[in-house]
Every structure is written in C-alpha cells, then in structure tokens.
Design a protein around this ligand. Structure first.
Ligand SMILES: Nc1ncnc2c1ncn2[C@@H]1O[C@H](COP(=O)(O)OP(=O)(O)O)[C@@H](O)[C@H]1O
Ligand SMILES: [Mg+2]
Length: 343
C-alpha cells in the first residue's frame, strides 16, 4: 500500500466523562482504533447498533474530534492542519447519511442543492455553468434526463432518487473519500442494490475510497466483495481483512457467532453450521462496558486474561487481523461445521 489516504492511530472517543458526572466512566464509543485506508479502496465497517460505527465515521469526516489518538489525511493530522490543508481535507472527505430527506433542504430545488457547493468552492463561475455541472452530476448518478429532476423539490422524489441526489452533491466537490453511513437502510429494499451498484461504479470510475457503514452483513458482503471488512464490537475493532478471506475463515468468536446466527436461505447450508453457544445473548450496557476484551462476558472460550487486557488487533495471516487473546487456541472455523446427515 502506498501512503494511506486515511489513517486512524489509536483513536479513542469517550462521551460524557467530564462535567457533572465526573465519576462515571462515560461511554467509550471507540477504543484504540487503528486503521489504514488506501486510495480507491472499499471498506465495509460492520457491527451491531450502538457499537461505535457512526462515531468512527464521524472521526474520519472530522465531525468528531478523538478524545485521544490521531486521524490523518494523506499523512497529516487533521486537527493540526493549517487552513489550506483543512479546506483540502474537508472537500476530500465527504459523508452520506441514511436519511436523505434530512440531508436536503426541503424548500430548495435539486438544482439549488447541487449548485450551492459548486458555487461555494469556485467550481462553477456562473449560474449557467452551475446548471450544466449539476446536470452532469445527475447524469453520473443515473437521474436522467437531468432536466426532469433539476427543478424538483426533495419531496417530489422517491427515497432512492433522493439518496442519489445526496451522492451527487457529495461528488460535486470531487472527493477522494466518501463515508456512507447506513446509506441504504431507509431506501426501499428493491432499490438497495441499485444504490450499492452506483457507489461501486463511482469507486471504479473515479477511484473514490468508500467506507460503507452498516449493521447488515449481507449488503456488506455484496458491496465490499473486492474490498475489506472491519468488524466492530462495543467500540473495539475485532477483525479486519479482505472480505472473502475473513468470511471464509472468521477467527474472532464474535464474528463466528454472528455468522452462525445469520439465517441462510438454503436449508442444506444452514444445517452445516452449529450455532456458537454464547454465555449471554444480551449486548452489555455501553456505558458500563466489560473490561479487557469487551466480548469476554459473552464468549464461550474466555479465560482470565480476557477480563484484564484489551487484545490488540494483530495479523493472523498477512493481511487478516484479529483482536483475540485466544485466537490460536480456540477451535478453528472449519470445526464448527456439522457433518451432513446422509439422505
Ligand atoms: N453525542 C453522543 N453523546 C453521548 N453518547 C453518544 C453520542 N454519540 C454516540 N453515543 C454513544 O456511543 C455509542 C456508539 O454510538 P454510535 O457510534 O452511534 O454507534 P452505531 O453507529 O454503531 O450504532 C452508543 O452507546 C451511543 O449511545
Ligand atoms: Mg450508526
């Protein structure tokens, strides 16, 4: 990998520690996150609701300052940048949220929403140029003919069309990185794949790096086929690597549990995996998270060390990382399969 476009170094984010409740530990939403993203890469960031995905995405987009640690853009700490570099960074890294309706001004036309960033950043010098470029953007994201959409208001579009407009607006400033936080969870199921395909084609055409944040393994698997997956559990990154490799050989007991719990449409395949027996089915309270490895209260294999020390994310094979003290001693994934009963 060349110089990473985005790099997180030991990033921690803690909410509500200071002020009135000084004695409380606060919510450690992100704990010691280390991550490097290459230019043009696709990363799916996956985990259950409340595990810190959005907070991590906000750190990458500069909306959340880490409590400790660093967020680097092209090798520079964004919180120590001069104005020129900061501007470059703010244009270079864009965010797309799940709620396209909230993201667009309801009393402004699509034309206005798209031309505002173009005019603001000097990418269009006149009204006519802005309209031409806005039309180009709509063509790129597949709302054609653009004349049919430019003068509409957000409420006149479907959820899928609105999410395309939000993507077009992010594209207006020619970003290097797009953080897409649950971008299809409010879109009609039938239109989800089309939006994911659109993002994949933007990645291919323009080399834009994507961080795709989702609680849904199935769409992560689809979108990041050629990319990497990072799995979070209660603020900790617990497994990271090329998506195919990680899902073929998941090593962290939490990811193994997630994968055996996913219903598989083919009953023959479903029967091949025994569900990993967890000690507890409940997600612990994030404001009172377990010490050490946060998964130890649910892990069937836990040992004393897991209650004390946070396991670092370490390579188990060249580019496949796992944060588990016991990763080399627990039963490997292939032993979790159950022999098929003969028909
Ligand atoms: N601004 C905030 N103030 C206090 N707690 C927060 C704030 N934002 C998030 N949290 C807490 O941090 C944890 C992680 O939240 P979030 O990053 O939104 O998770 P996810 O996106 O994976 O659902 C949750 O326990 C959440 O309640
Ligand atoms: Mg979220």
């Amino acid at each position: 990998m060349g110089e990473p476009v985005v790099e997180l170094k030991d990033v921690c984010v803690t909410f509500g520690k200071n002020g009135l409740f000084r004695k409380r530990r606060g919510v450690e939403a992100v704990v010691n996150a280390n991550l490097q993203l290459a230019e043009g890469e696709i990363l799916a960031l996956v985990g259950e609701s409340g595990c810190g995905k959005t907070t991590l995405g906000r750190v990458v987009t500069g909306l959340q300052k880490p409590t400790s640690g660093q967020m680097l853009y092209r090798g520079r700490d964004i919180w120590a940048m001069d104005r020129g570099d900061w501007r470059d960074y703010r244009l270079g890294v864009q965010i797309v949220h799940q709620d396209s309706f909230a993201a667009l001004n309801p009393v402004r036309t699509i034309m206005h929403s798209l031309s505002a960033p173009l005019r603001r950043h000097g990418l269009a010098k006149s009204g006519a140029e802005a309209r031409r470029k806005a039309a180009e953007l709509l063509t790129i994201i597949g709302l054609t003919p653009p004349e049919m959409f430019l003068d509409k208001y957000p409420h006149q579009l479907s959820g899928g069309q609105r999410q395309r407009v939000v993507l077009a607006r992010a594209l207006a400033v020619r970003p290097k990185v797009i953080v897409a936080d649950e971008p299809v969870s409010m879109v009609d199921v039938s239109l989800r794949l089309a939006i994911l395909n659109l993002m994949a084609s933007l990645n291919e055409q323009f080399g834009i790096t994507f961080i795709y944040i989702t609680h849904d393994l199935a769409t992560a698997r689809y979108f990041a086929q050629k990319g990497r997956i990072a799995v979070m559990y209660l603020g900790q990154l617990i497994e990271l690597g090329p998506l195919g490799k990680v899902l073929e050989n998941p090593c962290h007991p939490y990811l193994q549990a997630l994968l055996t719990a996913v219903p598989v449409p083919d009953p023959n395949i479903a029967r091949q995996r025994r569900e990993l027996p967890l000690r507890s089915l409940d997600l612990p309270d994030p404001s009172n998270a377990p010490s050490g490895c946060r998964f130890h209260t649910r892990c069937p294999y836990w040992k004393e060390i897991c209650t004390r020390e946070i396991p670092p994310l370490e390579p188990i094979e060249e580019d496949h990382y796992v944060a588990c003290h016991l990763v080399r001693s627990i039963p490997p994934w292939h032993l979790l399969s159950v022999e098929q009963p003969s028909p």
